[in-house]
Design a protein around this ligand. Structure first.
Ligand SMILES: Cc1cc2nc3c(=O)[nH]c(=O)nc-3n(C[C@H](O)[C@H](O)[C@H](O)COP(=O)(O)OP(=O)(O)OC[C@H]3O[C@@H](n4cnc5c(N)ncnc54)[C@H](O)[C@@H]3O)c2cc1C
Ligand SMILES: *[C@@H]1O[C@H](CO)[C@@H](O)[C@H](O)[C@H]1NC(C)=O
Ligand SMILES: *[C@@H]1O[C@H](CO)[C@@H](O)[C@H](O)[C@H]1NC(C)=O
Ligand SMILES: *[C@@H]1O[C@H](CO)[C@@H](O)[C@H](O)[C@H]1NC(C)=O
Ligand SMILES: *[C@@H]1O[C@H](CO)[C@@H](O)[C@H](O)[C@H]1NC(C)=O
Ligand SMILES: *[C@@H]1O[C@H](CO)[C@@H](O)[C@H](O)[C@H]1NC(C)=O
Ligand SMILES: *[C@@H]1O[C@H](CO)[C@@H](O)[C@H](O)[C@H]1NC(C)=O
Length: 537
């Protein structure tokens, strides 16, 4: 009973005061009205829709922000934080908008404000000391472009999709086709500028090593607003080798191929990164069963003459041929893996628009090779006639990932991980409550429970950048307990979760920066209620 009284109190209180506080809040922001968009403004909807990575959250019924703020300088963000605190507004920070659950532009707890960082996206590369300062509204495509303007032998390890934002990406991990050689994006961040809950601008020195540790992997919208990252760039050879070969179950035994791939991973040199994409094919086999289509996709930091004998030795079953391979520069490989013509203009990297269908995603880490029968169970599930489009993406781990300790950053999935799985299924998109979407979401949940036997355990690991609210959510009205949050928190952060909670308790004890899956402080329940009462009275 005790537990529920204060919640009621807060609910009643916010209903009573909301109309006034909205006006007061807008008043508080009024001295930079040129970057404030309320729903009355004709640009509001264009700006809101400009970075909705998952159209599942682009429906009429999804709650919309009271205002969108598009800061042009840091003082706009500081004021936005102060005004939001004063008037009991929740903020959502958006960089590239690719959050799988839309948490950078939607909240079910009203009212909320979106701070969209797209005006703050300068990329400054210093090739002479192999570093770059990158503002938090930049996309990884803009980072790649900025590097390529200065050098063709410098690179940065990050994801494949150029429109992903550095704000979210580097706050959760960031990996791509150099994972086994260079690790994650966050392994190469050497400084950052952050605005904390008091509106102060901190750098690595003034924030201290605990907070600097936490913001590199502890998840976005939790410790403050990152305004810029300093990257340490990596060296790549002038020429890399790429290939993407398709294998269809009509012609090949893909079960055997994928099964063997698992055993080959630990033999690959770290210069070699490897993904396998798996989907249902359009065609069917002799028994009338829909075929399974795989794509083996790799990059080798070196020349084809070295790659071929290595493949012959480690994974001859694939039957890789010289004509499957292309030598190119690293920046061309970025275009290649995203499906652009690799010899075309780099300008495509500056396009911030992504066009994905509505989807639901999940992730797993696998530590032991899965038996053939397990893979066949997956094919059976992918073959269910009603699953319109589903995809599995396997990413080989190992290499340098085995050598970085679990606690060196909040990202814990290091030594002992054989590969990562991303599951994705396409939903309808018109209205997320439609029965068919429900069907697809249930389908992926069932696949996930089938996989429990083969995935990592105690806790079952997941990638925070493939955010999945099925793993558990906070109660945004202030009742999240440590125990409740640790259910999803230990999956994303393993043993690092406790240190994240300690840092959070120190830097944001009233839990101002929060969302459905942000690390909460200890005693969040009490402090939040007190905080609320103070603001409102
Ligand atoms: C098409 C697609 C391809 C992808 N490919 C890869 C890949 O190859 N490798 C990989 O590792 N991941 C990949 N991802 C996942 C991606 O890394 C995450 O979705 C990432 O969080 C997106 O960052 P964002 O800035 O675009 O997202 P946003 O939705 O803007 O932000 C994500 C979270 O971070 C918070 N946040 C954003 N900016 C800041 C800031 N400046 N300060 C504090 N908090 C902030 C947001 O509030 C939100 O909680 C992909 C995602 C998609 C949709
Ligand atoms: C930021 O913008 C505001 C006006 O919106 C201006 O008053 C202020 O001087 C600017 N600050 C900087 C550092 O440019
Ligand atoms: C919309 O907001 C922008 C930026 O604040 C402003 O320049 C513009 O005049 C506004 N338009 C309308 C119709 O209110
Ligand atoms: C694929 O190969 C495995 C042995 O590696 C065998 O058990 C299985 O029956 C084969 N499947 C097909 C369809 O040939
Ligand atoms: C499968 O069929 C769909 C619809 O007919 C088509 O759009 C798609 O390109 C096909 N995919 C492949 C790999 O052939
Ligand atoms: C890229 O390569 C293709 C195929 O080799 C060729 O047809 C095209 O002209 C090339 N484009 C450019 C911009 O060089
Ligand atoms: C940017 O990408 C989107 C989505 O793929 C595409 O529709 C649009 O035409 C592209 N814009 C430019 C200028 O190339």
């Amino acid at each position: 009973m005790m537990r529920f009284l204060p919640i009621l109190f807060v609910l009643l209180f916010s209903v009573k005061t909301s109309a006034n506080s909205h006006e007061d809040f807008l008043q508080c922001l009024s001295h930079f009205s040129e970057v404030i968009y309320t729903p009355k403004n004709s640009s509001y909807s264009t700006i809101l829709h400009s970075a909705i990575g998952n159209p599942r959250f682009n429906t009429r019924t999804v709650p919309k922000p009271l205002v969108i703020i598009t800061p042009r300088n840091v003082s706009h963000i500081q004021t936005a934080i102060t005004c939001s605190e004063k008037h009991g507004m929740q903020i959502r920070v958006r960089s590239g908008g690719h959050d799988y659950e839309g948490l950078s532009y939607l909240s079910w707890m009203l009212p909320f404000v979106v701070i969209d960082l797209f005006n703050l996206r300068t990329v400054t590369v210093d090739a002479s000391d192999s570093t770059a300062w990158v503002e938090a509204g930049a996309t990884i495509g803009e980072v790649y472009y900025g590097i390529a303007e200065k050098s063709r032998t410098l690179a940065f390890p990050a994801g494949l999709c150029p429109s992903v934002g550095v704000g979210g990406h580097f706050s959760g991990g960031g990996y791509g086709m150099t994972l086994r050689k260079h690790g994650l994006s966050l392994d190469h961040i050497v400084d950052a500028h952050l605005i904390d809950v008091n509106g102060r601008i901190l750098d690595r020195n003034s924030m201290g090593e605990d907070l600097f540790w936490a913001i590199r992997g502890g998840g976005g919208n939790t410790f403050g607003v990152v305004i810029a990252w300093k990257l340490s760039l990596v060296q790549v050879p002038p020429s890399v080798t790429v290939f993407e070969v398709a294998r269809n179950s009509l012609e090949q035994n893909v079960t055997r191929l994928v099964h063997r791939w698992q055993y080959a991973i630990s033999k690959f040199p770290r210069e070699f990164s490897f993904k396998v994409y798996i989907a249902r094919a359009n065609s069917s086999d002799q028994q009338g069963k829909t075929a399974i289509e795989t794509k083996f996709s790799s990059m080798f930091l070196g020349e084809v003459d070295k790659l071929l004998p290595m493949m012959q030795k480690t994974f001859p079953e694939l039957g890789l041929m010289r004509e499957d391979c292309i030598e190119m520069t690293w920046i061309e490989s970025v275009l290649y893996f995203y499906g652009f013509p690799w010899n075309g203009s780099l300008d495509v990297l500056l396009n911030r628009t992504s066009r994905l269908p509505s989807f639901k995603g999940k992730s797993d880490y696998v530590k032991q090779p899965m038996p053939e029968i397990a893979w066949e169970g997956i094919w059976r599930r992918m073959n269910l006639v009603d699953v319109r489009r589903s995809q599995l993406q396997l990413t080989a781990y190992g290499g340098i990932m085995n050598e970085i300790s679990e606690s060196s950053t909040p990202f814990p999935h290091r030594a002992g991980t054989l590969f990562q799985i991303q599951y994705a299924v396409v939903c309808n998109g018109d209205d997320d409550l439609k029965a068919s979407d429900q069907w697809h979401t249930n389908w992926i949940r069932k696949l996930y429970s089938y996989m429990a036997a083969y995935a990592s355990k105690n806790p079952r690991g997941a990638y925070v950048n493939y955010r999945d609210l099925d793993l558990g959510v906070n109660n945004l009205h202030g009742t999240t307990s440590y125990r409740q949050a640790s259910i999803w928190g230990k999956k994303y952060f393993g043993n690092n979760f406790d240190r994240l909670v300690r840092v959070k308790t120190e830097v944001d004890p009233t839990n101002f920066f929060r969302n459905e899956q942000s690390v909460p402080p200890y005693h969040q329940y009490l402090s939040n209620i007190e905080g609320r009462a103070t603001y409102d009275s």
